[in-house]
Write a protein that binds this ligand. Sequence first.
Ligand SMILES: [Zn+2]
Length: 357
Amino acid sequence: MTTQPTPLQGSYFDGRDGRRHAVDVDLAHGRLRLRGDRIERDEPLDALTITPRLARTLRTIAFPDGARLQLADAACLAVWFPHRNRLEALVDRLERYYQAVALAIVVCLGALVAGYLWGIPWLADRIATHLPARVEAALGDQVLALLDRTDLDASALDVGRRTELADRFAVLAAGLPDGADYRIVFRSAPSIGPNAFALPGGTIVVTDELVELFADDRQLDAVLAHELGHQAGRHALRQALRGSFIAIAAAFFAGDVSSASAVVVAVPTVLLQNRYSRQFEDEADRFAYAHLAGHALSPSWLGAALGQLETDLPDDASLAWMSSHPATAARIARPTPPAPTSSRAIRSWPTRSPVSC
Ligand SMILES: [Zn+2]
């Protein structure tokens, strides 16, 4: 006398409504056999698919017509549904070893951290570098329009003074790879204070408060040379993309491409509230030192500008440019490069009460 194997217990859903039907499940002549109250179904195994084994989760068997059978894992399921490829078999074997599972978790976490630390900055930089110039310029225009609505007013400097400073800026920007796209604009910004920032696309905004603070235009030249460094390195766009990359990617994959306008909002946040990364500040400083030297201006003018920003304002004043930049003392204290001797001097520039350097 032979003993019939005990049927498995399962829950059957016919795919037409959500009702659960308790069924006995076994195998007969190569067909899965389901028996329950008003349920009688036989299906060839080849027509069925089963979810992979995962710890103690229920297995689900899918029928071609959309019906589902859920049941606890059992040894006979591995016989009925032998692994169809080696990868699935390997995964199944590894899942039985907690060391392998722990290693997989560590590897996944490591990949996430590496992606956050290096992957996102790398990708953001590639996007910023390859963004068409007209797109970057349009982005910069939108950022300026946003700032004009919120924090900036029309400049109160007289036209002659603005022209004089714009001419100095044009000399500084001349010859740079994207120098033709660079322009300077002046704005009154009592709520921001003395500040200058480089927008995507080539615009550098200078507040009246910064112009009025300096006793010598060469201090402003030095700050502008530093901002040109941010401009040349596309730092605002890169930093904004790095910061909002996850939100933009999520919006993109969710089909909400319009949310990419988050970059427009992210740029002012980077410029006015967050600091640039130390790497970007160092790049901008190095750029400024070399650029000033190339224009027969001592790089120490940058230190003079920082020093005046720090000493000439009352303690409670909004040190805007300082607050969005790294520790001043360290930058002033950096070794001063030798005085320039370049023939590209702009000695004809007018000066006002020079600050000794
Ligand atoms: Zn900076």
